[in-house]
Design a binder for this molecule. Structure first.
Ligand code: SAM
Length: 199
């Protein structure tokens, strides 16, 4: 299982936005949509062995599970519609409750620290994606890695404090977009699994 956690600072906490204004009124939801596309979609198929988590404004988490995911298409607008369904569904939830908004998409009110604790309890081993970490090529990875990255903004100081215990992995010297990082991680793991390069 491959897992990614995208820390979002500006995505909305409700479904009250227009699908025609994802970069503006929807708080750069387009960034999260591109991450979902890169996490799951391959040519004519979907990666079933992937989980993608969004932690939004440190208050809400959305989980997408590849094995159950339906209706994920390559265009950002339809992905945003799925996320909007999740955000709308969240409004009826109390903290601690978790609900499935559409097949394979789960939503709950929980902090970033709470989400991390839950995922670590479930066996995920966090790895922080940062430019100044150890280069991924040849770096040892845990059995069940959870790759953590930020959205279009840097991690805040309090997030960095929370994430400080985890190993830092770099994908290269250039600052990349989050969805590009997901593609590169998948490619590295695909190459390792196929035996084209050593792990
Ligand atoms: C668009 S970047 C964040 C903002 C960026 N620091 C900037 O200069 O504007 C999104 C995230 O992708 C990850 N990232 C970007 N480039 C990376 C690299 N070369 N290696 C590892 N992670 C990277 C980091 O987690 C980063 O926070």
């Amino acid at each position: 299982m491959r897992a990614f956690l995208v820390v979002s600072h500006t995505a909305p906490l409700s479904g009250d936005f227009s699908l025609s204004d994802l970069p503006g009124g929807a708080g750069r939801l387009d960034v999260l949509c591109r991450c979902a596309t890169e996490a799951f979609l391959v040519s004519h198929g979907i990666r079933k062995d992937v989980r993608l988590f969004f932690s939004i404004q440190g208050r809400l988490s959305i989980e997408l599970a590849g094995e159950n995911l339906r209706h994920l298409n390559p265009d950002e607008r339809s992905t945003a519609a799925l996320l909007r369904r999740a955000l709308s569904r969240a409004q009826a939830l109390t903290p601690g409750e978790r609900a499935q908004s559409t097949p394979g998409i789960w939503v709950s009110w929980e902090s970033l620290a709470g989400l991390l604790a839950r995922l670590q309890g479930g066996g995920y081993q966090p790895v922080l994606l940062e430019e100044d970490g150890r280069w991924l090529r040849g770096a040892p990875l845990p059995d069940q890695p959870l790759f953590i990255l930020s959205d279009h903004q840097d991690f805040t100081p309090s997030e960095l404090e929370l994430l400080a215990p985890f190993p830092k992995i770099s994908l290269g010297p250039r600052a990349l977009h989050g969805h590009q990082c997901i593609t590169l991680v998948h490619n590295e793991l695909d190459l390792r699994e196929a035996g084209w390069i050593a792990g």
